[in-house]
Design a protein around this ligand. Structure first.
Ligand SMILES: [Zn+2]
Length: 200
């Protein structure tokens, strides 16, 4: 499966509100191939999520997956803090999201469309999502928490033309390399280092 080209910040498709996919389209062979290509592209990047606008297609489709191999590369303390668990691949078409509580967590995020950078972003810890899957089955409000909830909030934002840089704690913006150097550093210390004292 060939990878699709991932567009970068500045491309207007990343700022457009993506269009819903109709049920008849979901069951088409062409759409099936597109979803397979999105999953292949996400894995090749590698990334834990990809939204259709990121490959230049303004439709409300996302794929998400977190694998053991990606998680195993992190310090154990970080995995626990992030509440990172293997899941997916999940394909969500026309997803809708609502917070399940007001609690938010602050962690680093990057984006395949803002290549080479990262920043701290506050996201809901628990959310509920309803969506249609790639076989056309409708899923009712389903709860996600921890890292999967963060991934889904990030990807659903893409469908509304929102990038994490719109929501980031601006002073924490740094290169991906600088983020990796802080892999074992408590988030509170990273905030302090960035000169942020009143947060979370
Ligand atoms: Zn992204």
């Amino acid at each position: 499966m060939t990878s699709l080209e991932i567009v970068q910040a500045g491309d207007p498709v990343l700022r457009a509100v993506a269009v819903p996919v109709v049920d008849e389209e979901i069951v088409s062979a062409e759409f099936h191939d597109f979803v397979e290509a999105m999953i292949a592209t996400m894995r090749a990047a590698p990334g834990v999520g990809l939204a259709a606008p990121q490959v230049g297609v303004s439709k409300r489709v996302l794929v998400a997956e977190d694998r053991d191999s990606a998680i195993a590369a992190l310090p154990a303390s970080r995995i626990a803090d992030m509440e990172r668990v293997p899941f997916g691949p999940l394909v969500m078409i026309n997803p809708e999201m609502r917070p399940a509580s007001e609690e938010r967590r602050v962690f680093f995020e990057g984006c395949l469309s803002v290549a080479g950078f990262a920043a701290l972003v506050a996201r809901y810890r628990e959310i509920e999502v309803r969506w249609t899957d790639e076989t056309g089955v409708h899923h009712g409000w389903t709860r996600f928490s921890g890292w999967p909830a963060r991934i889904l909030q990030h990807e659903i934002d893409h469908l509304d033309g929102v990038l994490y840089t719109d929501r980031m704690i601006a002073r924490s913006f740094m290169t991906a390399e600088a983020m990796r150097a802080r892999a074992a550093m408590p988030v509170a210390d990273i905030l302090r280092e960035a000169g942020i004292t009143e947060r979370t």
